[in-house]
Design a protein around this ligand. Sequence first.
Ligand SMILES: NC(=O)c1ccc[n+]([C@@H]2O[C@H](COP(=O)([O-])OP(=O)(O)OC[C@H]3O[C@@H](n4cnc5c(N)ncnc54)[C@H](OP(=O)(O)O)[C@@H]3O)[C@@H](O)[C@H]2O)c1
Length: 303
Amino acid sequence: MGIITLSDMIQRTSRRILITGATGQLGRELLRAKWPKTDQLIGFGRTDLDLGDPGSVRQQVLDASPDLIINAAAFTGVDAAETDEATAHRVNADSVGELVKAASSKGITLIHFSTDYVFDGSNSDWYYEEDRVSPLGAYGRTKRAGEEAAASYENALTLRTSWVYGALGNNFVRTMLRLADGRDSIGVVADQIGCPSATVDLAKAVVDIASDSSRSTQPLYHLASPEPASWFQFARAILEEKIDNGRVQVNPLTTAEFPTPTARPANSRLDSTAINRDFGIGLPRWTTTLPTVRDEILRTGLS
Ligand SMILES: NC(=O)c1ccc[n+]([C@@H]2O[C@H](COP(=O)([O-])OP(=O)(O)OC[C@H]3O[C@@H](n4cnc5c(N)ncnc54)[C@H](OP(=O)(O)O)[C@@H]3O)[C@@H](O)[C@H]2O)c1
């Protein structure tokens, strides 16, 4: 019998984790999250893996030889998707199908992200995983098609999240802080409600899920902060110090007063009790995480 060395043991327990969307806000956060020391992270940006070219995806992924794939890449431009649904579909749906093909050929687990924008917002209550989807626009339609592609593979787990913000990348928090720098009053939509979810909390949850994805009893879970807010309430919390000092005023707007090319759901509160039941995971309230994220954005610069 041969002697098992420490490096053999590390080799056996180490996982190669492929993270797509490595230049995005969630991908960057996943890359700096606290993974077990033996895990090897491979961050793929668009130049490493172009999801706009689904035909190239399977081989590129297999060449990287991952044990786990986390798909944090997406065509996330909600309004841009409206004028280029074909590209959005290639990235958000066709390429997810190719990730599934690569993963299923080697039995690799795939963790995929989706969005609250698969719902039309007409529900007055929280949204549960089994609720009827009815996207209002192209982005939601393509992301729904991606969910369906992922659901065709038994080792894929889709995490539907909402209103993503973080210290890295572009998001509502950064936009509000930037706007408040140059204006003394800002109007923000007050009749759309969702659950702001921080990348730092999502990334931590993914690390935990990845440690034991066998606990999953369903192909798709909601994973969002349990605390709802309107964009207006969220903006007031982001800018509270400037509001208190009289440096900026935040005024509520209706959706009709702030029209966008694509309609957004008026209510997209995601209920996350199922993932809490199966994985013991629950994101913190957004009011708990926001100050740390805001501090990091201000410390590292708004641009
Ligand atoms: N942002 C939200 O409010 C929100 C809400 C709910 C769900 N989600 C979901 O959460 C996940 C992460 O979103 P995020 O906010 O981190 O997005 P993000 O900051 O917009 O990042 C998207 C990432 O996808 C990459 N990407 C776009 N097109 C690509 C292509 N053709 N090939 C390869 N990579 C491509 C981007 O690369 P480039 O840097 O090169 O563009 C970037 O790295 C996505 O699945 C998204 O649908 C987001």
